[in-house]
Write a protein that binds this ligand. Structure first.
Ligand code: SF4
Length: 315
């Protein structure tokens, strides 16, 4: 899996002051499962070390300005941002992680200044804006927001689901495989957005006899849009109860009671999501309920990332 990452987050000494902002979760945890493609439009434009820059919200548009000399650096940074974008686009990317607050890489956290030097509002950096425009369906997040366990879990789930779809597409699937793929994502899609899950089901049903290539393209867009939704405790609880329903004829009263208590405790934020999920997984395996054991929602990404063990990963 290829992920493009702001070079300073990977520990490269390319910040304006010659330092870095290495992020241990990205390099150490995610690094086990991904290959990183580093970028830095500022280093490419101005070298390192360099004067710091800021974004000024001018009436004629956003200007990149040298903090020391007030020189307009917009053309240079725009040019190298385009070059970096072209370079990373050559890879089969499954996501982009940007450094927050940067005039180049910040995604909604970059301060935009008024021409008089006062901070006006927050927006996105030059490179981040280009990424969003170029890759509207790609998982893109900034590292600052990834400190929030809920956003982190949602992003990592999206990243791995995106990669899974790309792998599926590369396997040259036919209709039968698309039906199976959709089925395996049932509960994950429902935990994101039930309406979108139903719409995806309508695409797979192919009531109008569309050609498979068109159908798959339509499914891909809707699938990637759906996995970008954020889950919630309420939606997840519904999914857990729905999954428990598939076990009700097999499991004992004690097992049923324990499972429901765990789901309730999850909804009350007493236990993390991993608690009822592990029980569901164990019961599904123990009673051979293959419809559940094959669900991506039970194992959306490598368990060693342990993101569902954090009680704060539910909101
Ligand atoms: S331009 Fe982006 S990658 Fe380069 S130092 Fe700044 S935040 Fe990091």
């Amino acid at each position: 899996m290829y992920i493009a990452v702001s070079g300073c987050l990977l520990g490269e000494n390319i910040r304006h002051n010659g330092g870095h902002k290495r992020d241990g979760f990205i390099t150490d945890a995610l690094g086990h499962y991904a290959e990183f493609i580093s970028f830095c439009p500022e280093h490419l434009a101005f070298g390192t070390p360099r004067d710091s820059i800021k974004l000024v919200n001018d009436p004629d548009g956003i200007i990149v300005q040298n903090n020391k000399t007030s020189k307009d650096m917009t053309a240079e940074l725009t040019q190298t941002s385009k070059e970096e974008l072209e370079r990373i686009a050559k890879q089969p990317l499954c996501g982009i992680i940007l450094k927050s607050k940067s005039p180049s890489c910040g995604l909604g956290s970059t301060i935009l200044y008024r021409p008089n030097g006062y901070a006006e509002k927050k927006g996105s950096g030059v490179f981040a804006q280009m990424c969003q425009k170029e890759f509207p369906l790609l998982p893109i997040e900034e590292e600052g927001r990834l400190q929030d366990p809920w956003l982190r879990e949602n992003f990592i789930m999206q990243l791995f689901a995106y990669h899974d779809f790309e792998t599926f597409k590369a396997s040259k699937p036919a209709m039968k495989e698309l039906v199976a793929f959709h089925q395996s994502y049932k509960f994950m899609l429902q935990s994101k957005d039930d309406q979108s899950y139903r719409e995806l089901g309508n695409i797979v049903a192919n009531r109008y006899g569309e050609a498979f290539e068109e159908l798959l393209a339509e499914y891909e867009t809707r699938f990637k849009e759906t996995i970008a939704h954020k889950s919630s405790i309420g939606k997840t609880r519904n999914v857990l109860e729905h999954m428990a329903g598939f076990l009700k004829k097999s499991i004992s009263e004690v097992e049923k009671k324990t499972l429901h208590e765990q789901i309730e405790d999850y909804a009350k934020k007493i236990v993390p999501l991993i608690t009822p999920l592990s029980t569901l997984d164990m019961l599904a395996k123990g009673y051979g309920v293959t419809y559940l054991t094959g669900q991506k929602f039970l194992h959306p990404y490598p368990k060693a990332l342990a993101l569902r063990s954090d009680i704060r990963s539910g909101k």
